[in-house]
Design a protein around this ligand. Sequence first.
Ligand code: 6UN
Length: 491
Amino acid sequence: MKAEVVADGKVKAFDCRHFINGQFLPSKSGKTFKNINPATEEVIGIVCEGGKEEIDLAVAAARRALNGPWKRMSTDQRIAVLRRIGDLILERKDELARLESLDTGKPYSLSSALDIPRAAYNFHFFADYLRSVGTEAYQMDEVAINYSVRRPVGVIGLINPWNLPLLLLTWKLAPCLAAGNTAVIKPAELTPLTATVLAEICKEAGVPDGVVNVVHGFGPDSAGSALTEHPDVDAITFTGETTTGKVIMAAAAKSLKKLSYELGGKNPNIIFADANLDEAIETTLKSSFMNQGEVCLCGSRIYVERPIYEQFLQKFVAKTKELVVGDPFDPKTNVGALISEEHYERVMSYIESAKEEGGQILTGGKRPDGLNQGYYLEPTIIVGVNRNCRIVREEVFGPVVTVMPFDEEEEVIAQANDTHYGLSATVWTNDLRRAHRVAARIEAGIVWVNTWFLRDLRTPFGGMKQSGIGREGGMHSFEFYSELTNICIKL
Ligand SMILES: O=C(O)C(=O)/C=C/C=C/O
């Protein structure tokens, strides 16, 4: 699947076939769908649409592979394969970054700085981590000794989102393989390219046939539903929208699959008057608009303590107006194109609803002048809304934030927690005790203080309430991707 680098560093997309049992192959049905470049609205290739037949083939291959050479590999051999995958991702970093930008509309400056390096690091991190994974033992006086042994869960279904395609696929696949499982991957239908290259990289790195499988397609009545319903899939790990998470859970219930979920968020960004304002604004530009705001961790609800509210708005709006929206391959671009026409319309509908609810648009809210092709939307700041407005309650997943003033710590904590989500939050203050006090009271899986999206992969990562089930990262990933047997020996 070598992507062909064409004029001015752009790459030409390729047609995507499934990867099953070590072979690239089309759907038996012959069904395909178009792959669209969101920055130009052009068709850049076709993708084979998999269904029950392809999922059955992939699951059978994965089941067989559990007891093949993969099982007999020593830990050191598995570590070497995982490290090699990370190395090969880095060797093809530029090609992968261009493909990711072509598929998603995100700036190449972002995919080359974040998405692809983190994809490689996900493999290097879990390869190294595997060396230190242990279990536990307990001595019952001189009566008995208990110790646990760890084994892979089995065949894992990985269902991945379109916002950080390779970063999030490798975030799941690396620990899945490190723990000795086999995988059936269903990439998001909107972003098939880098998952297809990853399959090729896994084969080249020495992953035995059948251990990693990729089946393209949609959710309902397609590869996605076939995977979540398949009785021989032991677990499902999913990152995506909460609504989709509920559908998957219902399908997985029939065979009681183990579930790991990282779902939506409506994350508060709380800025106290004693914060370093310039630093808070510089990071808030990222936590608001990075990746076109298409990040589950984006701080889309900004709460500013009243004494600095006007000053914050004046500076934040001015800086936001300086952001360059446009061609993902232009080095000057900060904000690229939204992922699809459907998503673009959805985000625009939230901006319309905010206006109907009395919101004022301080900047953005429309397609940039001169960009009539591509799903481009200006970074948007909305004020004059409150906790009862849809724009404040529902995940927009676009370059749209609301800014609201607050007076008391108790009040802003209550507002921050007034949501059925609970993924992440950001707190800006230089008051040490307040930082710890407020962070501990926010109902979220991750709280950043005076920073955002700073990631130590050993930490528990995931959401509470309707933002997820379970945690990923370090030992938390191994807990999901392995089963423990406690053995009690009478002395
Ligand atoms: O940083 C991570 O490990 C991660 O999972 C990021 C998720 C972003 C989702 O939109």
